[in-house]
Every structure is written in structure tokens, then in C-alpha cells.
Ligand binder design. Structure first.
Ligand SMILES: [Zn+2]
Length: 387
């Protein structure tokens, strides 16, 4: 396996599945179309939901995408840990009542071992404990060593969300090596330690659940796969987390140059650097997809991301508007896959800078109020306790 850039990985995955008869569709917007149940796209399959349910007919029964996603439920953790982020891309190959396990699993293996040349002994497939069909495809058809195939329970390897289509999953884990492990003899994929990293998940949507534990076999079975692009890049670049992946590292570098601080010099400024890197990526794509900062819905998500980025810029000692310049780097790093960011760059920067200026004005008026209150308290002799 060779060091491969994030942009090249995206392209090689999509090309591979195009060669297997899939229709390549560019990433759908982060703003869900005709779907009131979702604020933002949170998974690769989300924009394709109606093809899975049969409500709409897909343009082809095999499709492949690299989908922009945003998840903000962990926003408070972003920056403080290196593993959380709000913006990420999901690689996916999908079958709408077309191919099933017999094709999906060998293709996943072929891509990882023949295209990316990841050594087989580094890869561990897992199957749902009752899915003998998937187990035997791994063992007999693909020829994976039996002691490298793990059976896991429902909590790990069965995808289900209330009533509706559901089914078992088969994941592929990458062994990062002993130094990441807990050292226990039982250490295998599914262990709580950091040794085995899940990189690929194939969901076999084959049952219809009534929500009360009764499953009937679906006539039209689907494949929904997902592989985090940033996570795959970590494997192929031999780095620990997404902030060290090439394109994101370049964004982070632009911020640290601007702030005149070095990454990994001081844990506190690292938090701010990671927050700005993540949030400026998310904000650039959100504005590019037509979201405007506001006080509700997705506009509020964007406002929060932009203001958090500004605040951490100030914490790093950056003076004046800087987000526009960082967004320019985001656009540049994504030029091949998302030329629209560069095409709309002036507009995206304008919206971000306007919000940045509004944030500064709010902080300033807040500071004035605080000064006033302090002065009044002093006059009234109320700050004696502090002397
Ligand atoms: Zn372990």
C-alpha cells in the first residue's frame, strides 16, 4: 500500500465502482431535497432514501457517490478530541434491488487489496452472528482465513431503525498494529481499544421489520455501503486522525501560519486550530449549498459553526477578519471534486466575513456592557470582595 492523497482516494473509489457498472453521481447537496425529516444530510444513503423504499425509480439500479455529510450532535467535542468532526465525506456503492452479498463483498475486498494494495493480513471482516451466507462468502468465495472473520452481535452488525427495511451488516476492519492495542488475548475487531478500526460497512437490507421483532424477507433486496473517506485516508496515509490527513492538514497549516502558532506545540491552541479547521470546511460547504446564517434550523447550525470558528480565532490572537482566507484554502484543497466552491468563492467568503464582523460587533458591545457594569459596581463599592 502506498501513501495516497484524499483527493486521489475519492477518485479511485468512484472509478472502481463505475467500472462495475455503477452510475457515478456527484455529491448531493447538504440540504436535503424533498425530505422534511432531515435538517442536513448525515449519511451517504440519506439522499437516496426514496430509491431504497421504491418510492422513486433510480436512474440506474447501481449507483456510486461520494457524499458530503454534516453531523453536529458531537459539536461540543470537536477540537477537544482528534476524532470528532462535523464535516466528512462518505464513499458509497448502492444496489437498488440489483446485486447483493455475492458481488458486494468480493468487490469491497478487491478494491482494498488489489486497487489500494492493503495487505490481506491487515484486514478483518466481521459478519452478523447469524449471517452464515456472508460468512461463507468471506471464507469460501473470497478465501479469507477463518481466524480473521469475526461474528458480532446485533448491536454491532445489524442495521435497524424502528419499523421498515433492515438487515445484517458486514464490516471490514483495518488492523492498526499492536501498539494501538490493549494487549488482551481476546483483542479482536469489536474490542474497545483503538487497534481495529472499522473502515467499511456493507448493509444488506433484506428484511422488513414490523418494529416488534418480526422480520419478513424483502422481495427487492438492497445494498447500502459506507466508507468514511477521511478514515480511509488515515489508513492510506498512516496517520492517527483526520486532522493529519493531507488536505485538512493544509487547512490547519494555513490557520496556524495566520495565528503564528505551531500545531502540537500547545494542547490549548491545538483545540482552537482543530475547531477552526473543521468548522471552516463545514461552513464553506454549507454556504456553497445555499445555507445562510440565521437563528433557526440549518441557518443556526451554520451561524454556530462560523461563530465558534471566529471565537477560537480570537483565542489564538488572530486580529481582524480571517475566515475568508481560510475558506479560500478549503476551496483550493477541494478544487478537483468540488469546483463549485471555487466558482462561488467570492460569495461564500462574503457571507462568512459578514458573520465574522457581526460576531466581532456583538463581542465588542458585550465588552462595553461589561465595562460599564464593572465601573458601576466599583462606584457602588460592590467589588470589595475581590480586593
Ligand atoms: Zn483490544
Amino acid at each position: 500500500m502506498e501513501w495516497t492523497s484524499l483527493n486521489d482516494l475519492r477518485e479511485s473509489y468512484l472509478k472502481f465502482f463505475e467500472s462495475k457498472g455503477h452510475l457515478l453521481h456527484k455529491s448531493y447537496s447538504l440540504v436535503p431535497e424533498n425530505d422534511k425529516t432531515l435538517l442536513l444530510i448525515v449519511a451517504g444513503m440519506a439522499p437516496l432514501k426514496k430509491y431504497f423504499t421504491g418510492e422513486l425509480t433510480p436512474p440506474r439500479r447501481r449507483m456510486t457517490t461520494c457524499q458530503k455529510c454534516i453531523r453536529t450532535n458531537d459539536i461540543e467535542n470537536v477540537g477537544y478530541t482528534a476524532r470528532h468532526g462535523t464535516f466528512f465525506e462518505m464513499l458509497g456503492n448502492f444496489s437498488f434491488g440489483d446485486y447483493f452479498k455475492e458481488e458486494a463483498l468480493p468487490w469491497a475486498w478487491e478494491y482494498l487489496t488489489e486497487v489500494l494494495k492493503i495487505p490481506e493480513e491487515k484486514l478483518w471482516p466481521s459478519v452478523y452472528e447469524k449471517d452464515d451466507e456472508a460468512y461463507s462468502i468471506w471464507k469460501d468465495k473470497i478465501g479469507v482465513r477463518e481466524d480473521h472473520i469475526v461474528r458480532l452481535g446485533k448491536e454491532d452488525n445489524f442495521w435497524e431503525l424502528g419499523a421498515g427495511a433492515c438487515g445484517p451488516c458486514s464490516e471490514i476492519y483495518f488492523d492498526r498494529g499492536e501498539k494501538y492495542g490493549c494487549g488482551k488475548p481476546t483483542c479482536k475487531p469489536g474490542c474497545d481499544c483503538d487497534r481495529y478500526m472499522e473502515i467499511w460497512n456493507n448493509v444488506f437490507s433484506q428484511f422488513e421489520s414490523d418494529g416488534e421483532g418480526h422480520y419478513t424477507e424483502l422481495k427487492s433486496k438492497n445494498i447500502d455501503t459506507g466508507m468514511g473517506l477521511e478514515r480511509l485516508a488515515c489508513v492510506m496515509q498512516g496517520v492517527d486522525n483526520m486532522f493529519e490527513v493531507d488536505t485538512i492538514q493544509n487547512i490547519l497549516k494555513a490557520i496556524s501560519d495566520r495565528a503564528k502558532v505551531k500545531y502540537k506545540d500547545n494542547p490549548k491552541s491545538d483545540v482552537s486550530l482543530r475547531i477552526i479547521a473543521d468548522h471552516s470546511r463545514a461552513s464553506a460547504f454549507l454556504i456553497g449549498d445555499g445555507v445562510m446564517p440565521s437563528n433557526e434550523g440549518r441557518g443556526y447550525v451554520l451561524r454556530r459553526l462560523l461563530r465558534r470558528a471566529c471565537r477560537h480565532g480570537r483565542l489564538l490572537g488572530i486580529e481582524g477578519a480571517f475566515l475568508g482566507d481560510i475558506i479560500e484554502v478549503v476551496a483550493h484543497e477541494n478544487l478537483t471534486a468540488y469546483p463549485e466552491l471555487t466558482e462561488k468563492l467570492d460569495y461564500i467568503k462574503k457571507i462568512a466575513v459578514m458573520e465574522e464582523e457581526r460576531f466581532d460587533a456583538t463581542v465588542e458591545s458585550g465588552m462595553n456592557v461589561l465595562d460599564q457594569l464593572t465601573a458601576e459596581a466599583k462606584k457602588n463599592g460592590k467589588d470589595k470582595t475581590r480586593n
